[in-house]
Design a protein around this ligand. Structure first.
Ligand code: V47
Length: 394
C-alpha cells in the first residue's frame, strides 16, 4: 500500500508500506514526532525493511541532504593484554598468552607519525585493561602524541578504560577524565557499551563496567567538555527489547548532555570468541539496525556505517538506510580481525569517495567533530598504499 498521510511532504507519496503496522510509525516520522519503545520493537519485528529504510533515509536526508562523511584516521591499539576476559572479545589476551603484545611508547609515537605522513586528522586509540601498566603510561602516551602530532585529534579510551584507569589510579571518574584531557585527549570513542542490560552483560562481558556505569562515565565526560561517540553491539544473545532499551537509554542521556557526536551500531563477529557457536548477524539485521537507530536516535546528528565491520558492500547500502558516515581509512584494525573479519584493515581516501559516489552521495571529508577538512590548505600527504588494496565491485 502507498502511504496516504495528508499534510506530509510530497516525498511521502514515494513511500510504499507492505506491513500495515508501520503506518502509524510512518505518520510520526513524517510529522517529526519522537518514536517510543513500542515503535522500536515494531520496526525490529517487521520484515518490511524497505519501508523502515525509506523512513530512515528520509530523516537522514532531512539532516544531511546528499552528503556522506568520511575521515582519514588511524587506529592504534597500545596493548591487547586485558584482565577482563569478555566472552564477546577475541582481541584481549592474558599477559603470557601467545600473541599478547604491549607497544613501547616510542612504537606508538612512531605509528602516529606515520599516520601524520598519511594525512590522518584523527587517532582512534583503545586497548585492553592491562594489569601492570600504570595510568601514567597512558598519560605519557597522550602527552607524547600531542607534542609530536599537535594537529591530530586524539579520540582515545572507552568508558570501560576510563573506569579501569580511575580504579588503578585511585581517582574519581571526573579527575581521571580531567587528567586525560590535560594530557591531550580531545574526545572519547563509543566502544564498550555493548548492550546495557545486566542479563546480557553477565554472559558476554561479565567483569566489565556495568551499563549504568558506562552511562555515568559518558555523562561525566560530557560534563567536563569531552564529547564522545556511542555504540551498540548487536547480533549475539540480546533480544529486540534489550536493543531498543539500549538505544533509548542513549537517547535519554543525549537529551541531558548533547555530548554524543555519532552512534555506531557494531555487528557481532563470533569467530575466536567465547561465543563462537553463535551465527554472524545477517545483512538484513545490519541494515535494519542502521535504520532503527536513525529513527529512534532523533537527537544524534550522525549514524556511522563502520565499513570494516559491516563490509564495504553493506556499509555502502547503509548510506540509503539512514547512515551518513562510513568512518575512516583505519589502517590497522585488530579487534574485528582477531574475531574473523575478512575486510581489509585499510582503505584509501579515494576508495571511500568511490563507494560514496557510487551510492549517489557526495563525499565530504570531516574531522572527528564533523567539520569539513579542506585539504587544499594542508600539505599533500604521499599515497602510502595502492588504491587497489581494497577491491570491490560497486
Ligand atoms: O568496545 C569487541 C566491540 C568495540 C567484538 O567511536 C566487537 O568512532 C564485534 O568501539 N565482534 C571497539 N564487536 C570498536 C569501537 C569503535 C569502532 C569504530 C569507531 C568507533 C568510534 C568505535 O568493538 C568494543 C566492542 O564493543 N567488539 N569484540 C567482536 N568480537
Amino acid at each position: 500500500m502507498t502511504h496516504q498521510n495528508s499534510g506530509t511532504a510530497s516525498r511521502a507519496a514515494e513511500l510504499v508500506i507492505d506491513d500495515a503496522r508501520l503506518m502509524p510509525i510512518a505518520d510520526k516520522v513524517l510529522a517529526g514526532e519522537r518514536l517510543n519503545f513500542d515503535d522500536g520493537i515494531t520496526l525490529y519485528r517487521s520484515a518490511d525493511l524497505l519501508a523502515a529504510g525509506w523512513l530512515a533515509n528520509y530523516v537522514r536526508e532531512q539532516r544531511h541532504g546528499n552528503v556522506c562523511f568520511f575521515n582519514v584516521n588511524r587506529h592504534i591499539n597500545p596493548t591487547n593484554v586485558c584482565v577482563a576476559h569478555c566472552k564477546l572479545c577475541a582481541f584481549g589476551r592474558s599477559p603470557e598468552a601467545p600473541g599478547a603484545y604491549t607497544y613501547a611508547l616510542e612504537e606508538i609515537w612512531q605509528r602516529a607519525e606515520e599516520g601524520v605522513r598519511e594525512g590522518a586528522t584523527e587517532f582512534h586509540m583503545v586497548g585492553g585493561l592491562h594489569p601492570d601498566l600504570p595510568f601514567e603510561y597512558f598519560l605519557e602516551v597522550m602527552r607524547g602524541l600531542k607534542k609530536r602530532c599537535p594537529g591530530v585529534h586524539l579520540k582515545a579510551f572507552t568508558m570501560v578504560e576510563i573506569g579501569y584507569f580511575a580504579r588503578i589510579a585511585k581517582l574519581s571518574i571526573r579527575d581521571t577524565l580531567l587528567a586525560l584531557k590535560d594530557a591531550g585527549v580531545d574526545s572519547l570513542p563509543g566502544g564498550g557499551a555493548e548492550i546495557f542490560d545486566p542479563r546480557v552483560r553477565k554472559v558476554i562481558c561479565d567483569h566489565k563496567t556495568s551499563g549504568q556505569q558506562w552511562l555515568n562515565i559518558a555523562r561525566t565526560a560530557h560534563e567536563v567538555g569531552l564529547r564522545s561517540n556511542a555504540t551498540m553491539l548487536y547480533g549475539h544473545i540480546e533480544t529486540e527489547e534489550e536493543r531498543v532499551a539500549h538505544l533509548l537509554a542513549l537517547r535519554e542521556l543525549q537529551d541531558e548532555t548533547h555530548g554524543f557526536v555519532a552512534f555506531i551500531p557494531l555487528a557481532f563477529h563470533p569467530e575466536n570468541t567465547g561465543l563462537a557457536h553463535l551465527p554472524k548477524p545477517t545483512g538484513f539485521a545490519d541494515l535494519k539496525t542502521i535504520a532503527v537507530s536513525r529513527l529512534l536516535l532523533d537527537n544524534f546528528e550522525h549514524i556511522k556505517a563502520y565499513w570494516i565491520m559491516l563490509t564495504p558492500r553493506i556499509a555502502q547500502i547503509a548510506l540509503r538506510f539512514g547512515a551518513d558516515d562510513l568512518d575512516g581509512t583505519v589502517v590497522e584494525e585488530k579487534i574485528y580481525h582477531d574475531a574473523g573479519a575478512t575486510t581489509e584493515q585499510f582503505t584509501s581516501r579515494a576508495q571511500l569517495e568511490r563507494l560514496i559516489r557510487a551510492a549517489g552521495r557526495v563525499p565530504v571529508e570531516r574531522d572527528t567533530l564533523y567539520r569539513p577538512v579542506d585539504r587544499s590548505k594542508m600539505p599533500p600527504s604521499p599515497a602510502r598504499r595502492s588504491d587497489a588494496t581494497l577491491s570491490i565491485i560497486v
